[in-house]
Ligand binder design. Structure first.
Ligand SMILES: Cc1cc2nc3c(=O)[nH]c(=O)nc-3n(C[C@H](O)[C@H](O)[C@H](O)COP(=O)(O)O)c2cc1C
Length: 424
């Protein structure tokens, strides 16, 4: 077990002995904004390419609280703290200038950071020696946005949220005739340096939606961007910094080259991506066996990636018409019984989600590459959100659970990565 994971477990006692008082007026900013002199292109939803990009990480809801106005996004995020930033190299896409851009969520724009030409680009940092026509995405995390609230455990949420963003790219790409491959073997150290991240922001992954241009070799582009503060305030977290550094280079990776198959109708999927929200609680409504099987199939489809790690998916069946109650994995029952109360307790007593939900999922892994398998758990979580919402079933991620007690319940000693609940 990765030491960081062991050091950041929740237990019944730990959450009671470490109460966390937050001053919301001191919340770090959730937006990164480059200086005004950078060229910006506002995303136009009537333009197909812009609409595709907007459906990855655009703003989709506004909420007003006494402490201020908050915006929610296409992608979910633990505590709505949105630690991740998205960058993209665009090459050879009609109507777009070739270059490296920052996705500025605040203004729904692309900020041009660096122009590229036919001979240079980010490709070599992804492991490609030929020019790639299309989109090369990079996902980073400004971890203080999350560690401000979640302290040491925040690195887990940065990775899950990053996985959701990768899943968001995968889902938006279904609107186009392209598949998306996750790339965990990006050259993080070099990229962090040239993007001017100053140890406050780190790259976690890449995603490729592009095709090689025949015979066009490219060199790794060199530039140095200025440091831009993306959280207003910042406090270094030593434990998280060490965990990042020690998991920075994936080793012994096995790639997944088999493409997933989804059966989504495009218009309906488009609407689903736009209206996706997390459920704050369920009303003990049931789903059907067919709906559960549809969702289970989406979760078991392969995820294209250069470092595919094993992630186990357990399902606690609380309310599925046509299925017995119990703990289920890969098409088989491990135990029969009503575990709804137990599932509610395990997710830090969030009974409204896990007891009253129809199915609760627990994702675990004992694989090697922490950043790769944790983000994969986020991608699986995102697939669950989209498949459930597509069927008009509610979903919520659950990042808080009693780690060891989940292990005892499912009967393994792996790292518990994520819990999610679906229901009505
Ligand atoms: C990794 C992760 C963990 C989450 N954990 C919880 C949780 O423990 N309890 C909860 O009520 N919501 C949880 N959520 C849901 C977020 O609060 C929600 O995504 C966020 O407020 C944004 O709202 P939206 O998903 O409706 O856009 C989680 C979401 C993610 C992505």
């Amino acid at each position: 077990m990765f030491w960081y994971h062991a050091a950041t477990k929740h237990s019944y006692n730990s959450v009671r002995t470490n109460p966390n008082y937050l001053e919301w007026e001191n919340q770090p900013s959730t937006y990164k904004i480059y200086p005004e002199n950078y060229q910006r292109y506002r995303l136009d939803l009537d333009n197909a390419e812009d609409s595709f990009l907007y459906h990855i990480a655009g703003l989709t809801a506004k909420k007003s609280y006494p402490s201020g106005v908050y915006y929610l996004r296409i992608n979910p995020s633990a505590g709505a703290l949105y630690p991740n930033e998205l960058y993209v190299q665009i090459r050879g896409v009609k109507g777009k200038e070739d270059g490296i851009y920052h996705f500025e969520v605040y203004s729904s724009s692309l900020t041009l950071l660096q122009k590229i030409d036919d001979t240079q680009g980010l490709e070599p940092y992804f492991g490609f020696m030929r020019a790639m026509r299309g989109y090369l995405f990079l996902v980073s995390a400004i971890y203080y946005r999350s560690s401000w609230k979640y302290k040491n455990r925040a690195f887990r949420y940065c990775l899950l949220d990053a996985g959701h963003l990768l899943g968001s790219i995968e889902a938006a790409a279904l609107l186009k005739p392209h598949s998306v491959e996750m790339v965990y073997g990006i050259k993080r150290q070099k990229l962090n340096r040239i993007f001017g991240f100053n140890e406050e922001e780190w790259f976690l992954s890449g995603a490729v939606m592009a095709d090689p241009v025949d015979l066009q070799a490219v060199e790794a582009i060199e530039f140095v961007l200025p440091y831009v503060n993306g959280s207003r305030s910042f406090e270094r977290n030593k434990l998280i910094a060490q965990a990042y550094q020690e998991s920075i280079s994936p080793k012994g990776c096995v790639s997944q080259t088999k493409s997933p198959v989804f059966y989504y109708e495009k218009e309906k999927l488009l609407a689903t991506l736009f209206r996706r929200r997390s459920q704050r609680g369920f009303h003990e409504g049931a789903i059907t066996k067919e709906q559960f099987e549809y969702i289970a199939r989406v979760l078991s489809e392969p995820i294209l990636s250069d470092c595919d790690e094993e992630v186990a998916v357990y399902a606690v069946i609380n309310r599925v018409i046509g299925m017995p109650l119990g703990l289920y994995r890969d098409g088989n029952y491990l135990f029969y019984g009503d575990f709804s109360q137990k599932a509610g307790y395990l997710s830090l007593e969030q009974y409204g989600l896990s007891q009253k939900g129809a199915v609760v999922f627990f994702l675990t892994s004992n694989a090697e590459n922490y950043q790769s398998f944790y983000q994969k758990a986020g991608v699986i979580g995102h697939r669950l959100y989209i498949a459930a919402d597509y069927l008009n079933i509610g979903c919520s991620g659950i990042g808080a659970y009693y780690d060891d007690e989940v292990n005892t319940f499912v009967g393994n000693d792996e790292m518990v990565l994520y819990a999610l609940a679906v229901g009505k």
